[in-house]
Design a protein around this ligand. Structure first.
Ligand SMILES: [Zn+2]
Length: 151
């Protein structure tokens, strides 16, 4: 799977298929919140799922039921955004949202913050993100297993 940045948007390639990936925004307390537009149905969504066939929202991937672990994952994902935004402010949407491809190690220390403060706060963000990835991994494992079983 790969993601490419173009002027005005992104494209995402999974399973040999390239789809445009649009982002949309809503107003939020701290400024602007970014969302994905599902490449399949165009709905606004916080999380995109990657299967063998497509990249799409939960509904389009056929996960109509809301399980406990999925709502936990979405709640944790929102908390990851909040924590990253609280420490770093605004930055590249793809680094904050959904795929979280960038490690917090790659983000710079905000100007005028002491290194000790920064490292302590980054450590807290990273501990939380490690817990998030555990939940995420369990969901993705189940998702791939379901799809393999059905086809
Ligand atoms: Zn969709």
């Amino acid at each position: 799977m790969s993601v490419k940045r173009l002027t005005g948007g992104y494209t995402i390639t999974a399973g040999g298929r390239t789809q445009p990936l649009k982002l949309t925004t809503t107003r939020a307390g701290y400024g602007v919140r970014y969302w994905y537009c599902c490449p399949c149905c165009g709905r606004r969504c916080a999380v995109l799922y990657v299967t063998h066939q497509q990249v799409a929202c939960r509904q389009c991937c056929g996960l109509h039921y809301a399980s406990q672990s999925e709502s936990t994952q979405e709640r944790m994902m929102r908390s990851v955004y909040r924590r990253r935004l609280a420490l770093w402010g605004r930055f590249e949407p793809l680094s904050v949202l959904g795929l979280l491809p960038m490690s917090p190690y790659l983000f710079m220390k905000p100007p005028r913050m002491h290194w000790q403060t920064f490292e302590a706060r980054r450590g807290e963000v990273m501990d939380y993100e490690r817990r998030f990835w555990k939940v995420e991994k369990a969901i993705l494992t189940r998702l791939f297993t379901n799809h393999d079983g059905a086809r």
